[in-house]
Design a protein around this ligand. Structure first.
Ligand code: NAD
Ligand code: AHE
Ligand code: ZN
Length: 373
């Protein structure tokens, strides 16, 4: 069949809207009509050539929602007509990782996913006879895409596509980092670095978990109002030297939080910020969670003394959520009013306008842009 898609032909070049050829689902795969997709900073990072796994030409996008239109042989867990969210963190329920109960990082298809291929080692997309790579196993910047059955989460049919697509990455990553990875408890002190599409969801997750003090840190002053809307109690702008005496943010946050954070989160992807996030944790027990994806070649560092004195450094992918088990529950939380999504969708675009979504993100003007097919 044919599908309209925004293709990343090369790094650092705008996406091009073209018609691709798409092969149907093979055994264990499903064809999904994508109804809406968010644009996450990770898409921008890959398009900018900063991802060590980045491949071109490819169809980016990993934050979608849609409808199953066809199933391949042997597919049993979803049916034609089901509403689904594509999963870049699948859940096979059979691999060592899934069975361990210790991680959401299913390994069943990770090797081919990182090579832009389907599990059988081929691509379903092509353009003028040349293969086009998949991205994060999802490729939601195409109106139709093919996914392994283990990489779709069935969700309730009354959830709107243009908001529930955000559960495919940003909402689950931010809220899940708090409730699944950190396991923040009532009364805890939380510090969040980067109040964008992910960090604001960390804030609303911290509020949901009952954190008493939620400090937001961002260099964009407009983000103060955004953070307060979702439960942030204090705001720090590292660039505002009047509120951060001496410009050194770590002692400032340690003083503000009476000795340091119980939990801090990096949602910037900046390795210097990751260090600050660790070092503003409380001596003896504070834990810092890395969410941000850093560009290829970057490394994190700190004085080992920071760890010797009881601070913990951890990371999280997809908020520690098990793809098929937890994603539908997060959609339920949204539909039941426990978490908010609607105000964070600041821009709705057509596929032809998709490059504007990247421009808005880079200008700090959007929280989430969503493309509606
Ligand atoms: P975004 O662009 O919407 O938000 C980033 C925010 O960080 C912005 O508000 C920006 O002003 C702020 N910021 C930038 N530099 C800063 C600094 N030095 N100090 C303080 N604030 C700063 O991006 P997003 O979509 O929220 O994604 C955030 C990060 O999370 C990215 O690195 C993305 O790749 C990553 N991510 C990781 C996962 C995961 O599973 N681990 C999932 C989704 C996104
Ligand atoms: N490919 C990059 C790493 C990118 C990365 O860490 N991705 C996150 C999801 S970001 C979603 O917006 C993730 O899930 N990581 C776990 C995994 O298995 O990819 C690199 O550095 O090579
Ligand atoms: Zn993402």
């Amino acid at each position: 069949m044919k599908t309209r898609a925004a293709v990343a032909f090369e790094a650092k070049r705008p996406l091009e809207i073209v018609e691709l050829d798409l092969d149907g689902p093979k055994a264990g795969e499903v064809l999904v009509e994508i109804m809406a997709t968010g644009i996450c900073h990770t898409d921008a990072y890959t398009l900018d050539g900063l991802d060590s796994e980045g491949l071109f030409p490819s169809v980016l996008g990993h934050e979608g929602a849609g409808i199953v239109r066809e199933i391949g042989a042997g597919v049993t867990s979803v049916a034609v007509g089901d509403h689904v969210i594509p999963l870049y963190t699948p859940e096979c329920r059979q691999c060592k990782s899934c069975l361990s109960g210790k991680t959401n990082l299913c390994t069943a298809i990770r090797a081919t996913q990182g090579k832009g291929l389907m599990p059988d080692g081929t691509t379903r997309f092509s353009y003028k006879g040349q293969p086009i790579f998949h991205y994060m196993g999802c490729s939601t910047f195409s109106n139709f895409t093919v996914l392994p059955e283990i990489a779709v989460a069935k969700i309730r049919e009354d959830a709107p596509f243009d908001t529930s697509c955000y559960v495919g990455c940003g909402v689950t990553t931010g809220v899940g980092a708090v409730v699944h990875t950190a396991k923040v408890q009532p009364g805890d002190t939380v510090v969040v670095f980067g109040l964008g599409g992910i960090g604001l969801n960390v804030i609303q997750g911290a509020k949901l978990a009952g954190a008493k003090m939620i400090v937001g840190v961002d260099i964009n002053p407009d983000r103060e109002e955004w953070g307060r809307r979702f439960g942030m109690t204090h705001f720090v702008n590292p660039k505002d030297t009047s509120s951060v005496p001496g410009g050194d943010i770590v002692p400032h946050i340690v003083a503000l939080t009476d000795g340091g954070a119980d939990y801090s989160f990096d949602a910037t992807g900046n390795t210097d910020v990751m260090r600050q996030a660790l070092e503003c944790c409380h001596r003896g027990w504070g834990t810092s969670i890395v969410i941000g994806v850093a560009e290829a070649g970057k490394e994190i560092s700190t004085r080992p003394f920071q760890l010797v004195t009881g601070r913990n450094w951890r990371g999280t992918a997809f908020g520690g959520a098990r793809g098929r088990t937890d994603t539908p529950k997060i959609v339920d939380w949204y539909m039941d009013g426990m978490i908010q999504i609607d105000p964070m969708i600041t821009h709705r675009l057509t596929l032809d306008e998709i490059n504007k979504g990247f421009d808005l993100m880079h200008a700090g003007e959007s929280i989430r842009s969503v493309v509606i097919y």
